[in-house]
Design a protein around this ligand. Structure first.
Ligand code: FAD
Length: 337
């Protein structure tokens, strides 16, 4: 038995290409691993992807335990769960992280159930710290932080007794650091006895739908809230986004009202964004919205209520009606451009 005391990241892939969320998790794992003095490792499954795994070293992943099988080319729940469980049982990491993607959400609970340990879904922050009960103190365990009770509280969850702490983290929440191309990960080939019966789902065809809106990679986002949900205000929000070369985002109620599409929603149940500039137009700044945009480099908030919570996190606040303020911003920008 190898007790490795590592932080292990599930390396998600599509067509052999490592998903961004896994890179983000490796970077976060590296930060956590530093305070524990342990390495970051990866567990991967796929086919002919060794070369795509080596660059993970440049993000901080020292070793990747990789199971290669043609039948693992595409994700299916049971075989992937088996591969991950086998790797965990072999190397005994103390923390295992998954992306809270559809793949991660599918496979992580299966793995946690098999390992008989807790799993905290949709974490927004991870920390290493101590935890004290009446009779015992646990040192250096994973604090899994996430909104709970509909986002009304921020809960810190620990799994002190489970042996392993497992968590899923949404895409975009953790910051990806720059790749150091000079460092390569050691790819260690693993085997897993997978029976044909394990492949209960057969992938017959993959139909890809191009994303029309890519909020995650937009450097400027102009978002509409309920205070900008009128046809006149929305037109101005779209015009400002277009003039600045940005993307239109929104709060959830605007999406729920049917005015903008779901892919534009920013927040806890939408997309997490980190643009250079985020302009919040008529958005109150409830915690569920802030969860998705508070890490923007610069935040400008326009709101008619000077006490709106969005002003607490905005770098620049403008108190006023969006229909008065936005035309002035457009005019000023055009005059400077
Ligand atoms: C489980 C859960 C998940 C959620 N997930 C998300 C999520 O992912 N994203 C999200 O956004 N929300 C989410 N919400 C909803 C969230 O709680 C808030 O209800 C929502 O963010 C409020 O949207 P808003 O700021 O657009 O609307 P409001 O809270 O109604 O605020 C409108 C703001 O506009 C201002 N205003 C009004 N008229 C004008 C004007 N003419 N000019 C300027 N300002 C004006 C008002 O002063 C007010 O501050 C979630 C809620 C729950 C329970």
């Amino acid at each position: 038995m190898t007790i490795e005391n590592s932080i292990m990241v599930f390396i998600e892939q599509r067509d052999g290409k490592v998903a961004d969320v896994s890179l983000e998790l490796i970077c976060e794992a590296k930060r956590l691993a530093k305070s524990l003095g342990v390495p970051v490792t990866g567990v991967a499954a796929g086919h002919h992807m060794s070369e795509n795994l080596k660059p993970l070293g440049g993000y901080g992943c020292e070793k990747v335990y990789y199971t290669d099988d043609k039948r693992l080319s595409y994700f299916t729940s049971v075989p992937y769960a088996k591969v991950i469980v086998k790797t965990i049982k072999k190397y005994h990491p103390q923390i295992v992280l998954f992306g809270a993607s559809t793949t991660g959400r599918d496979v992580a609970p299966r793995v946690a159930s098999e390992m008989k340990c807790g799993l905290t879904a949709d974490c927004t922050e991870l920390k290493i710290g101590n935890y004290k009960t009446k009779s015992k103190e646990y040192k250096n365990i994973l604090h899994q932080i996430r909104p709970a009770f509909g986002g009304n509280i921020i809960a810190t969850i620990v799994s002190p007794e489970g042996g392993i702490s497992m968590a899923t983290v949404r895409e975009g929440v953790m910051k990806m650091s720059a790749l150091d191309i000079s460092i390569k990960a050691e790819v260690i080939k693993e085997t897993c006895d997978l029976a044909d019966d394990d492949f209960m789902t057969e992938v017959i065809e993959i139909v890809r739908k191009e994303k029309r809106v890519n909020l995650k990679s937009a450097q400027i986002i102009v978002s509409a809230g309920m205070g900008a949900n009128s046809p006149e205000a929305l037109k101005l929000v779209k015009e400002l986004a277009s003039v600045l070369g940005g993307e239109v985002g929104s709060s959830r109620p605007v999406v729920d009202s049917g005015t903008l599409s779901r892919e534009r929603q920013v927040g806890q149940t939408g997309t997490t964004v980190r643009p250079n500039l985020y302009i919040a137009c008529g958005i109150s700044g409830q915690i569920q919205h802030r969860a998705g945009m508070a890490e923007a480099k610069r935040i400008i908030a326009i709101n008619s209520d000077e006490n709106a919570p969005i002003f607490d996190i905005a770098h620049y606040g403008i108190v006023g009606d969006v229909c008065d303020v936005i035309p002035k911003m457009i005019k000023a920008y055009k005059a400077e451009a």
